[in-house]
Every structure is written in C-alpha cells, then in structure tokens.
Design a protein around this ligand. Structure first.
Ligand code: PH2
Ligand code: MG
Ligand code: MG
Length: 368
C-alpha cells in the first residue's frame, strides 16, 4: 500500500514533459523624461508600446518627479515611471521596439546621462540574466536607483531579481539608515583604496578590515586548518565591526569587506566541507549587524590582481599565485551572481579613481 506522496511511477509509461517555454515573457521597463512636456512623452511612449503587436501593457505606475542623477549640472527634474509588459517577442526584438519608440519621440543620443525627451530601459526579463552587447538584463543600476525602484514597487513589489531578492525588499533596504556600502572582491581588487576614498569624499564612516598576520600567512601558504581558522577569525572580527549599535545616527557607512566573503574563500580554497557550517554561522545573530544596502564588487584580471598584491609587499601575501587569484575571482563570480546573492553593483570602470566617481553617483541615486 502506497502512502500519500509516494511515487506510483514505477512501471507506468512516462509521459513526463520537458519544461516548456512559457507562452509569453514578462518584462518590466523604466521610463524617464526631463525635456519638454514630460508627461506627454511618457504617455505617448506607453501608447506606442501598447499598440505594438505581440506586446500587452498590463500595468503602469504613477508618474514620479525625481531629482536628476548624474550627467551635466543644472538639468531639469525628471518624470519617471515603470510599466509591466507581457510579450511573445524575444528580448533582443523587444529592446529594438523600445529603441524604435525612443527614436519616434525624437530621442537624440549625445551626452551620457544628458537631458532626454524619453528614455526606455529594460529592467527585468522574467527572472533571466542576459549579458550581450547593448542588452544587459537585469538592468545593472536596478538595485541602486530610487527613481526606478519606487515606481516598480508600486506595480510589482514581488517582482524577483534572478538572485532571488524582490523589488519591495530592495526598496525597503535603500530606505533604511544608515546606508551601508560593503565593498568586496578578491585580494588586490582595490577595496580599501576605493572604500576609504569614497568615505572621505562623502563624509561617511569607514570600517576597515582587520586580520591576523600569522594565520593569513599560513593560509596563503596552503595550510588547510589555518585557512579554516582564518575564516572563523574574520567572522568574529567582522561581527564585532558591524554591530548595528556602534553606528548611532550615522548616515553612511562604507566597509572594505563584505560579511559573506568567506563563502568565496572556502570555494577558492576547496574547503567545501566547511560551507554548511559557515553558512549557519553567517546567519547567526545577523539582525544585530548592519545589512548592506548594496554590495560593491570590484575585480580585475588575475595577472593585474597579482601585480597589485605583490606591489604592496605584505609578507603574509607573498605565497599568493596568479592561478589562485584566478580561482578566487571565479569563486566571487559564483557567490555574487547565483541565486541567493545579495544586491550587487559592479562598477564599469577599471580605474580606481573612476570607480570612486561611479560610486558617488550610486550613493546619490540610492538617496534619490
Ligand atoms: N536617468 C538617467 C540618469 N539620471 N535621473 C533621474 N532622476 N531619472 C532618470 O530616469 C535618470 C536619471 C540615465 O538614464
Ligand atoms: Mg536610463
Ligand atoms: Mg536608456
């Protein structure tokens, strides 16, 4: 006798189907205008989209007046909105329609982030990740733009990023204070330089990593038990550094590490047996710790990372090899892009000064 939930499949011809493509895709777009009759431009763009074959506009947010972020000074304020669209088009064709509508409404592309009659951005495409020239979904600025998250949360609070967090959750995070920017990435990525400069320029509180020189040296040399002990050491040290009550009325906090970094290190060091225990420890007492508003992920080519690590000449880091930095780089990719990853922002620029400039705008756009 079979109990409930037990399989009856044995001996039965299988008619199980391959998972099918959904009948349509669910896309979310952001709209913005700060030239001329802004409301009319949003309206016309939405009408053109609604009349497009193979697209159904299913929800439109209110229009939000917002402060311009980035671009030349003295720009007019924006009207921003978000819309939900069901479409049977593939993503590239859908993007082409958006660009076509921008052109129809007289969009000229001149200055980066300059004034525009209409801007239509593809924010989310189902829960897919697409990385192609000119087509990046989710929109890389989605988690750091108040002018996008607010309208989007009005029509789709439960819309999900491929990493698993929802629009409502991220809007809630960017509204909390202090804002907390956790800078992460492999050794030699420039975390400390960037975090310190950003804090100095924005008047934020800088929280700097501490480490145990001897454990670090043994771990870098390939001593497994030292590597485990080192990750535990970091966990306790960071638990102390990030205690919420230490920050009182601070507006902005910036650290040169991320609490979840050990997850990348255990992978890179092939200490996979440590992972479940480590995950439990990372959850324990998390409510008392500052949660990042955004995790900023810095990186570089392994050879460049190695050059920077050697140039700073810390004795404990001398055994570090290019290969190991490559493995570490890949481990960060896994931890920061897969399901369960926190909201992440990756500066486009390779240059540390320009990264600082990008991040100043990120903080601006979080504040809104
Ligand atoms: N779009 C930008 C840059 N800055 N600021 C606001 N408030 N609204 C926008 O839509 C916007 C912006 C680049 O597309
Ligand atoms: Mg845009
Ligand atoms: Mg655009």
């Amino acid at each position: 006798v079979k109990g409930p939930g037990e399989s009856l499949e044995v001996g039965v011809p299988s008619n199980r189907q391959e998972p099918r493509e959904p009948a349509f895709h669910r896309a979310f777009i952001g709209l913005g205008s700060n030239l001329g009759d802004r409301a009319r431009h949003l309206q016309e763009a939405l009408q053109l989209l609604a009349r497009t074959p193979d697209c159904t506009v299913t929800a439109i947010s209110r229009y939000y007046e917002t402060r311009p972020i980035g671009g030349p000074p003295d720009q007019a304020r924006y009207l921003n909105a978000a819309a939900a669209v069901n479409t049977t088009l593939p993503p590239r064709a859908f993007l082409e329609r958006l660009l076509e509508i921008e052109r129809r409404l007289g969009r000229q592309r001149e200055v980066k982030w300059g004034p525009r009659v209409i801007d239509l951005d593809l924010l989310l495409w189902d829960t897919e990740t697409i990385q192609e020239p000119g087509l990046e979904v989710p929109h890389p600025h989605l988690p750091v733009r108040r002018f996008v998250l607010e309208p989007l949360a009005e029509i789709a609070p439960e819309a999900c990023h491929p990493s698993g967090w929802t629009v409502a959750e991220q809007l809630d995070r960017i509204r909390r204070r202090p804002l907390y920017v956790a800078v992460t990435g492999p050794l030699g990525a420039g975390k400390t330089t960037v975090a310190q400069r950003l804090a100095a320029e924005l008047g934020g509180v800088f929280v700097g990593e501490q480490w145990d020189e001897e454990l670090l040296e043994r771990a870098s040399g390939g001593d497994f038990s030292a590597a485990c002990a080192l990750e535990r050491w970091f966990l306790e040290s960071r638990r102390h550094l990030l205690e919420r009550r230490r920050f009182g009325p601070a507006e902005l906090v910036i650290s040169d590490f991320w609490w979840g970094q050990p997850l990348a290190y255990v992978r890179a060091r092939a200490l996979v047996d440590e992972e479940p225990q480590l995950k439990r420890e990372l959850c324990r007492g998390a409510e008392e710790l500052l949660e990042p508003t955004i995790v900023v992920w810095l990186s570089a080519e392994p050879a460049e990372l190695w050059r920077r690590v050697q140039a700073r000449g810390r004795p404990a880091e001398r055994p570090v090899s290019v290969d190991w930095l490559g493995a570490l780089h890949d481990a960060f990719c896994q931890v920061l892009t897969g399901p369960g990853a926190p909201p992440v922002f990756r500066p486009l620029s390779r240059d540390l000064d320009q990264q600082v400039e990008e991040l100043k705008l990120v903080v601006e756009s979080i504040k809104g």
